[in-house]
Design a protein around this ligand. Structure first.
Ligand code: NAG
Ligand code: NAG
Length: 388
């Protein structure tokens, strides 16, 4: 650290003092003073203009999102809070008692369960998901496209790896839909186009009234016991959102328990539509896991960053640099260098900076823990990824 005052404006003062320090006459003195003042002014103004302004513009450009997100509590109020339904579970409590704890009655036979997903490239997470749900699911419904939501061409990863999912084959309704490849369109349009197609596929899978339908992204994994409870109990709500534990990159970085987009529906013909937005106020607590960007290969991270509906967040090409991505994953930092998306200053500030590591791997999907050799990268303390 330099001593304060050894450079910068102080220095110009010093030069001025030297030049102006020995007056020859009163007039010259005044002239020199004026010159000095002017020169001082010029120097500062020039410095501000040549360095300050470009830096300011660059900062606003680079951190514009941060400024708007930080000020979000001022211009946007939080959505209505959910009505959270307490969730009871222990493996040794009978289903009759579990239903009763929730104020429901146990059924004679369980409902059929349909798990329907739009698939992109998350093969490992799909395998963990389907194994978690397998004992309770009657029909797996999966739709994939040769287009990402952002209109990029993509391989049919599921089709190419279908043999990995032999255990589900007899219960699988698979669909493929060609992308529209419209340039410069809002990614949400292609996304909703694919969701409408998924609606058709669910009907092709022969869903019936009052069957349970799980609507969620592949990486929003309801716990098996949650689905078992909901298929066995009568009088559960028609639509119920599932509160999931939010993880980022792996089960090392537990962010919060605010994931709510996954929902479960008692299917009704002509009424139930596949959606990923808020559809009701009721939210069942602690119902599973949402593992965002939980990929095996660095290349998968770069692909996902470009493929999904917030592609505009890649403000700089270097965000896709593999070394940077690896570094961000190990630190639990943000891939898009963004601030937390929260509605109060208190929460934004509480979540600033990287996510702290968690060392608990208790109550994770059982298939993950049973196959630790294959999925080690998803467990605490294993952030290094292969390039892919
Ligand atoms: C569960 O129930 C079985 C049989 O009643 C009993 O042996 C076992 O100790 C119980 N386990 C727990 C964790 O309570
Ligand atoms: C995408 O799939 C559709 C339907 O199979 C096909 O007609 C189209 O040629 C494919 N597009 C690309 C770019 O692979």
């Amino acid at each position: 650290m330099p001593e304060p005052g050894t450079y910068g404006y102080k220095k110009t003062d010093g030069i001025c003092n030297g030049v102006c320090g020995e007056p020859a006459s009163k007039t010259i003195l005044t002239m020199s003073r004026l010159k000095c003042v002017l020169r001082g002014f010029d120097f500062k103004a020039l410095l501000a203009l040549l360095i300050g302004v470009p830096i300011l513009i660059l900062m606003i450009y680079a951190h514009g999102q941060k400024v708007t997100y930080f000020l979000r509590p001022i211009w946007e109020s939080p959505p209505e809070p959910f009505k959270i339904i307490p969730h009871y579970y222990h493996e040794n409590v009978t289903m009759e008692n579990l239903c009763k704890l929730h104020g429901w009655k146990v059924r004679e036979t369980p409902r059929r369960v349909f798990d329907a997903v739009l698939f992109s490239n998350e093969l490992d997470i799909l395998e963990i998901r389907w194994n978690e749900l397998s004992p309770y699911v009657s029909e797996f419904v999966l739709l994939e496209s040769n287009s990402t939501f952002t209109g990029l061409e993509k391989a049919l990863h599921f089709k190419e790896n279908r043999d990995r999912f032999g255990f589900a084959e007899s219960r699988l309704t698979y669909g493929m839909i060609g992308g529209r490849f419209v340039k410069g369109e809002n990614p949400f349009v292609e996304e909703s186009y694919q969701r409408v197609a998924l609606d058709q596929l669910i009907k092709i899978a022969k869903i019936e009234n009052d069957d349970l339908l799980i609507m969620s992204d592949v990486d929003e994994i309801p716990s098996g016991h949650t689905i078992n409870l909901l298929r066995w109990c009568d009088d559960i709500p028609e639509i119920l959102h599932l509160q999931l534990r939010n993880y980022l990159y792996s089960f090392q970085f537990f962010l919060d328990d605010k994931s709510w987009r996954a929902s479960i529906h008692r299917y009704q013909f002509g009424k139930t539509r596949y959606a990923h937005f808020r559809q009701t106020d009721e939210l069942l607590a602690d119902s599973g896991w949402h593992c965002s960007f939980c990929f095996r290969y660095i290349s998968d991270f770069a692909f996902k960053m470009q493929a999904y509906s917030h592609v505009d967040r890649i403000r700089f090409k270097y965000f896709l640099n593999p070394e940077r991505i690896q570094d961000v994953i190990c630190r639990g930092a943000d891939l898009f260098d963004m601030l937390p998306e929260e509605y109060t200053f208190q929460e934004i500030i509480a979540k600033l900076g990287p996510i702290p590591s968690t060392y608990s791997a208790v109550h994770l999907p059982s298939y993950l823990l049973q196959n630790v050799d294959r999925y080690r990268y998803l467990l605490p303390g294993n952030c290094m990824r292969d390039s892919g």
